[in-house]
Write a protein that binds this ligand. Structure first.
Ligand SMILES: Cc1cc2nc3c(=O)[nH]c(=O)nc-3n(C[C@H](O)[C@H](O)[C@H](O)COP(=O)(O)O)c2cc1C
Ligand code: SF4
Length: 429
């Protein structure tokens, strides 16, 4: 492994992902902040947001807030999304890719098949998942300054049939082909949080007794088959990875070793990287933590390294550059993937690599961005007034929406709203 000691040397060193070399090890994580057009095409703001982060020095950007199927478009809790589900979107996607390349970064698409347990029944369609297990939002805790008065339980999804699983896989393959056609440098299949493929990975959400449930090998099957089918479509040299959950953080749930065992069955189908995703919607406090190095403290990258060998692992939520560099030097991970920190400071990567850490604008983890996302208000960052306005014509939130976002982060107001919501008569079914 490496012998660099400084954060700038380690994080500034190139990384090989299959046939692609990225210039450094600081990555922009996928985020549904792109504000595409109402019909799901990248907008000038989508492009300006990504280009700004590419200019700020990251080696690779991920396009999040995207959908790979009409099903996902219809059932999304967040909208609009960037569409990969029809060929007609390829020229628009290509414009976004070109802009990021011009700004000096590589770009991967998150291929997002279906919202699974988080899907919203809409337009006559019902969400599907491994088993009909609803999500009890925040059952094991919400992130700091995020409150959901009265709590929320999603409608139970329908158990996916073998035909459903085959259809999702076909959608994933087609979307990956479109991403490649549009010039994306690689793809990741989303299998995290409580989304479709994630619902298969842990026995907590997967109660099946067929070949998709039970043993780790069986729970890996749906995602492993999807990876193999994508690999057959895009060829051996094209970077293909997965974003997967690494720990349920729930009583009776699966821990890092269990998820890593599942991952070991999946990687044999041709995985070039794993983007490690902490916890899920039931354990949201761990998914968007307020401390750097949460994953390392839980031993999750370490467990994956032991199970999958040298496959590049992307560490999440470790904005402390030295901590990330030390983890890479120790062999626990290969790159640091950041989300909120790069909303707060798009120049973080350049500052780290140039040894200007004193200039970094730090994310405060007060999560007003999350509150906006969860209520479908255009995402902004109070530490970076230019975030969400990278394109001068970008739509902004209204004054009323801004007051709502403030109120939704106020502990006392939310305590009152919680008591009122719990006391309100429940709708009769
Ligand atoms: C506003 C916002 C939108 C997000 N949208 C997505 C998304 O579309 N896809 C995804 O995989 N993760 C999404 N995430 C999760 C992040 O990629 C990341 O896993 C999480 O924020 C923890 O990383 P951090 O501590 O660096 O913020 C989103 C996070 C935020 C704050
Ligand atoms: S609003 Fe900005 S500073 Fe606050 S948590 Fe989100 S990214 Fe960080």
């Amino acid at each position: 492994m490496q012998t660099h000691t400084t954060a700038s040397a380690v994080l500034g060193s190139p990384l090989k992902i299959n046939s692609l070399e990225i210039k450094n090890r600081i990555l922009l994580g996928p985020m549904a902040v792109l504000r595409p057009t109402e019909d799901g095409r990248p907008s000038p703001q989508s492009i300006a947001f990504l280009r700004r982060r590419a200019r700020g020095g990251v080696g690779l950007v991920f396009v999040g807030g995207a959908v790979a199927s009409e099903r996902a478009w219809n059932e999304s809790p967040f909208f609009p999304n960037v569409r990969f589900d029809k060929d007609e979107f390829v020229p628009d996607l290509a414009r976004m890719v070109d802009a990021v390349h011009d700004a000096g970064a590589a770009i991967f698409a998150q291929i997002f098949p279906s919202f699974g347990r988080m899907g919203v029944p809409r337009n006559g369609a019902h969400p599907i998942a491994a088993s009909p297990k609803p999500v009890v939002l925040g059952a094991a805790g919400f992130p700091d300054h995020v409150y959901v008065p009265g709590g929320r339980v999603t409608p139970p999804p329908t158990e996916a049939t073998a035909d459903d699983i085959a259809q999702v896989q076909a959608d994933v393959v087609s979307a990956a082909r479109r991403a490649k056609d549009a010039g994306f440098d690689g793809v990741e299949i989303g299998a995290h949080m409580c989304y479709f493929y994630s619902s298969f990975l842990s026995p907590l959400a997967n109660k099946r007794t067929d070949e998709y449930g039970g043993s780790a090998e069986n729970r890996a099957r749906a995602l492993r088959d999807a990876v193999a089918a994508v690999r057959a479509e895009v060829g051996p040299d094209y970077p293909v990875g997965i974003r997967m959950s690494v720990n349920d953080h729930m009583p009776g749930g699966q821990g890092p070793e269990g998820f890593a065992e599942v991952a070991a069955h999946i990687v044999t189908a041709g995985v070039d990287f794993i983007s490690l995703s902490e916890a899920n919607y039931e354990s949201m406090a761990e998914n968007v933590p307020s401390r750097s190095g949460n994953m390392l403290a839980h031993g999750e990258p370490q467990a994956f390294r032991a199970a999958v060998g040298g496959i590049p692992l992307f560490l999440s939520s470790t904005p402390d550059p030295q901590q990330a560099a030390d983890a890479i030097s120790a062999g626990h991970a290969d790159a640091t993937m950041l989300a909120r920190q790069l909303l707060a400071d798009p120049d973080y990567a350049n500052k780290v690599i140039e040894g200007r850490e004193g200039d970094i604008v730090w994310c405060d983890h007060a999560n007003s961005c999350m509150r906006r996302l969860m209520t479908n208000i255009p995402v902004a960052c109070h530490k970076n007034p230019k975030m969400g306005r990278e394109d001068p014509g970008a739509k902004r939130s209204t004054a009323l929406q801004n007051v709502f976002v403030w109120a939704a982060g106020n502990a006392l107001l939310m305590k009152i709203a919680d008591v009122a919501a719990k006391a309100a008569p429940k709708p009769k079914h």
